[in-house]
Design a protein around this ligand. Sequence first.
Ligand SMILES: [Zn+2]
Length: 319
Amino acid sequence: MVIPKVELHCHLDGSLPIQTVSELLGREVRQSELQVSEDCRNLAEYLEKFDLPLQCLQTEEGLKKASKAFLMDLQKDNVQYVEVRFAPLLSVNEHLNCRRVIQSVIEGLEEAKKECNIFYNVIACAMRHHSEEENLEMMKVAREFLGEGLCAVDLAGNEAAFPMENYVELFGEAKKLGLPFTIHAGECGRVENVIQSVECGAARIGHGIALRGNRDGIALCKEKGIGIEMCPISNLQTKAVQNPSEYPLREFIDAGLRVTINTDNRTVSNSSLQKEMEFVKKQYGITDDELIKLTGNAIDVAFAEDSVKEELWRRLRGV
Ligand SMILES: [Zn+2]
């Protein structure tokens, strides 16, 4: 069964088609330069694969072409709606300011949308290793695009080294700006990061693995209807859990959390939503009905406007 898909956690730089990277770098790029091997040992090894794609995202032209190719490529996975995230400040340089960076990405996506009819929204990621001042400036620029191709902000980067308490003020500002947000938390860090993210107003949590076995954390997320963006294949590659049996997908579903299934990085992880779904069916006994339910969760917790959500429900009910 091919379900219409909704993707909420997908990084642009980690999801560029290989031929687009080759084209933008002007040389034939090998798969192994962009993709982790089967025996990926840790997050550090995983993150090395972002160097080349990031080089492609340093000009308006590169950002536009990459974004367009990214969205066009989702057709083969039957994706109907995507929230694609990236860190604008990683593309800012002496020739390119933050506003142009975000604008270029939206222009590329918009061009593709006209051809492939996939709904999209951009999530702008603040980075943990950037200063609060830089991140806040970025958010203020992102705010200008809210409802015009951008739907939310996020916090990404090294969670283990930079705990959530350092960003409570920043996301307080995001709230004041009227920006919805999701936060990477409990991927390679402690459950406290998840709890603090929720307490400071995150509507969704990226990964949230650290909630495993934590009754209070799970109860809090359930009570607040927090969307949990799980990325099974990526989480296993980065060793967010040591082996598949420790992965809390079934636990979270049974606990009544609003779980969603995502790819994280289509190219780096060599994944698609079709692959993720096949994987969780096989590995965790998730049924087709449950996959439809998880897709429904994704529609419910998406940062999309109501008219888009209604259209997505229509497409999902058509299954
Ligand atoms: Zn992520």
